[in-house]
Every structure is written in structure tokens, then in C-alpha cells.
Design a protein around this ligand. Structure first.
Ligand code: 13P
Ligand code: SF4
Length: 359
């Protein structure tokens, strides 16, 4: 539990949920090579494409890249899956990512290596409690983070990701709208401070980013004064306050590539190091501290649910068709609205930024 105080959070009691230990698949080289070869064959046979999040194991990320799939953040995973012609999308990530893929592509089959790959933000925002809260605040625009269930999205006006939240909330604030935000209080607080928007915040947190420690990070930075500090905005304010760059996963990888610094302290899931190292092979990456001041870390900078994805489970899902993602049609019909709103908003922004505005 992080002790950073966030004003204006709604003190709804959150449901208890179990956090599994982080267990990474260990494979002997012979088995790993055999599974990779089998998965290649199965992807082709099933007319399937593999889309992986940056926090999954390097073995999955490299396989996605080598087979014409994609490795990215949650927004781009949704976009890529939506635009790709494959009949089956295999989503290596957590459940909300599979659900988003299915909602956007009801005609496609969506498989996941592990359907029990949850997210503490999703688990900490039950649809019924959330919906009751929305009923109490009819004057507020409901903005939810991608890390929520389909049922929560079905109740929202907008879905955002860490890479798009600032833009969307600035846009809504400029129109004079007040916001009900869920579920990540730290990301919400960061967005609120940077936009000045009137935001009521749900009291959720990511169990991985919440463990980063401001005090210990300050000490580490003194040890490496030349290092730049990169922070994902799901981290507590005491950690964000020390950042040189606060950004989504994609933004943090870009920072490693484009900044002249040779050393970076990184406050996000260490699965991202695979892509960072690929983007800047000669730069040094240091994990931000999670277990300072007598505390012990639970996830230790690696999401236990992302770690549930592995080559064995991926091969099994493709072999048998198990672990298919289903979203009830009535929920999907409502949840697709805030998701598409974001995709259209982001596409519009890109057209403006790149001067290709044909709208
Ligand atoms: P991104 O949208 O930046 O990929 O973040 C998703 C996530 O789960 C971070 O913990
Ligand atoms: Fe959820 Fe945190 Fe895991 Fe991302 S890292 S999937 S926010 S628990």
C-alpha cells in the first residue's frame, strides 16, 4: 500500500482480490525452440496474428515481431488488431486487452494464452458499484481507463489509455465538462494536475506501479546523477515528481531512443526493457526501486498477470481453440461506443499533427 494521499478520491470500499505471485515460464532451449516452431505453423494454419503487450515475456514479444504480429501499448494493440485482416487475433496481455479486441472485432475469433490474466485496476472497479456511482453524478462525463471490464466501459462516455488521457481530458475540460474518472487514482491525479479539469477519482491502483518508492528513487538518482528518470503515470505522485519523462509505455521507449542520456532509471514493468534495449542497445537501463524502507515488493516491477502469458499456453490455445474471449452482445454494443470514440479522436489528432487532415 502506498501512502501518497490523493485528494478527491471516492471512498467506495473496493472488493478484496488475490494477487498471484509473479511466475515466469521457464523453458529449456529445446522445448522453447519446438514451441516457437509449432506456434509459427499454427498461426499460419489458423489465419491468426499475435499481438503482444510490452509487459509480456521477451519470448512472446520476439515471436510476435517475427511472425508479422505486433508489440505495443494497449491503444495500439486495439488499433492493430482492428486493422489487421487475420480471422483470429491472439492477444498476449491481460483480459481487458482481449475484451477490447473482441468488442472492436465481433466477427473475429479472439484467443488468449490465459483468460485468468487479470489487472488490479479492472478487479478493483466492479461494474455494479461503478454504475451506481455514475447514477449519482449525472452531470459528469464518465471517462474510464482501458484497464477496465467491458461492463464498466459499457457505462462510460469515453475510454482512454495512458497515451491518450491527457489529450482527451484537455479536450473535455476545454468544453467545460466535469469528469468522473475510473479506476486509477494516480493516473487520474496526474491528468487532473496537468489539465486543471474538475475530476472525481475512483480509488483504484495498479499493484505494480504503486510499489515504486519516491524516497528510494531519489537516493538512486543521487547515485546516478547522469541518469534520466522515466515514469509511467500509474505511479504515485512522489515518484512522478522525480521524473524527467512521464509517459505511456510507447512514450517511455521513445524517450530512451531519442534522449541523449546513456543511462535511464525506469519506473514501469520491467517487461518493457526488451523493447527499450532493442531501441537503444548501448544504453543502460536501471529498474526503479520497489522494495525500499523495510517494505517488500509483491510484484517487484513485473505484473503477475502479464507473466501468466507463456509459449506453452499460447501453443495450447492455438492448438485447441481454448481460451476464446466472449463478450455478451448487449455489453459489447455499448462498450464499443467509448472505445471507437477514442480511436476516432486519436486518428483525428494524428491527422492534425502530421498535416494530413482530410476530415
Ligand atoms: P499502456 O497503455 O501504457 O500500455 O499501459 C497499460 C498498462 O496496463 C500499464 O500498466
Ligand atoms: Fe494492470 Fe498494473 Fe498489470 Fe498493467 S501492470 S495490467 S495496470 S496490474
Amino acid at each position: 500500500m502506498n501512502l501518497d494521499y490523493i485528494a478527491g478520491t471516492i471512498q467506495t470500499p473496493l472488493p478484496p482480490f488475490a494477487v498471484p505471485p509473479t511466475v515466469v515460464e521457464k523453458l529449456e532451449p529445446a522445448e522453447r525452440d519446438a514451441l516457437r516452431a509449432e506456434i509459427r505453423t499454427l498461426l499460419a494454419r489458423e489465419n491468426a496474428v499475435l499481438v503482444a503487450h510490452y509487459y509480456t515475456e521477451p519470448a512472446l514479444q520476439s515471436l510476435a515481431e517475427e511472425t508479422g504480429g505486433y508489440v505495443s501499448d494497449s491503444l495500439d494493440m486495439a488499433r492493430f488488431g482492428h486493422e489487421h485482416a487475420a480471422r483470429t487475433l491472439v492477444v498476449a496481455g491481460v483480459r481487458f486487452m482481449g475484451e477490447t479486441a473482441k468488442i472492436l472485432n465481433p466477427e473475429k475469433r479472439v484467443l488468449m494464452p490465459e483468460l485468468q490474466a487479470e489487472c488490479s485496476l479492472d478487479l478493483g472497479c466492479p461494474p455494479d458499484t461503478f454504475s451506481a456511482l455514475c447514477d449519482q453524478h449525472p452531470d459528469r462525463t464518465v471517462v474510464v481507463y482501458a484497464n477496465t471490464s467491458a461492463a464498466v466501459k459499457a457505462r462510460a462516455d469515453w475510454m482512454v489509455t495512458s497515451g491518450s488521457a491527457l489529450d482527451v481530458v484537455s479536450h473535455l475540460h476545454a468544453q467545460g465538462q466535469k469528469i468522473l474518472w475510473a479506476p486509477d487514482k494516480y493516473l487520474g491525479d496526474y491528468i487532473r494536475k496537468n489539465t486543471g479539469a474538475d475530476m472525481l477519482l475512483w480509488n483504484g491502483a495498479c499493484i505494480v506501479h504503486e510499489e515504486f518508492k519516491g524516497h528510494e528513487l531519489a537516493a538512486l538518482r543521487q547515485q546516478y546523477p547522469d541518469a534520466k528518470v522515466l515514469v509511467h503515470p500509474e505511479s504515485p505522485p512522489s515518484v512522478i515528481a522525480l521524473a524527467d519523462v512521464v509517459s505511456s509505455t510507447t512514450g517511455l521507449i521513445k524517450a530512451v531512443k531519442t534522449m541523449s542520456a546513456q543511462r535511464f532509471i525506469v519506473a514501469t514493468d520491467r517487461g518493457i526493457f526488451y523493447k527499450m534495449q532493442q531501441a537503444a542497445p548501448h544504453k543502460q537501463l536501471i529498474e526503479a526501486p520497489t522494495a525500499g524502507n523495510g517494505a517488500t515488493c509483491r510484484s517487484c516491477a513485473h505484473c503477475p498477470w502479464m507473466a501468466m502469458n507463456g509459449l506453452r499456453k499460447l501453443a495450447a490455445a492455438l492448438r485447441t481453440g481454448a481460451n476464446e474471449v466472449h463478450v455478451p452482445a448487449d455489453i459489447a454494443a455499448r462498450a464499443v461506443v467509448p472505445i471507437k470514440r477514442l480511436l476516432e479522436f486519436s486518428a483525428q489528432r494524428q491527422r492534425v499533427v502530421y498535416g494530413n487532415n482530410d476530415a
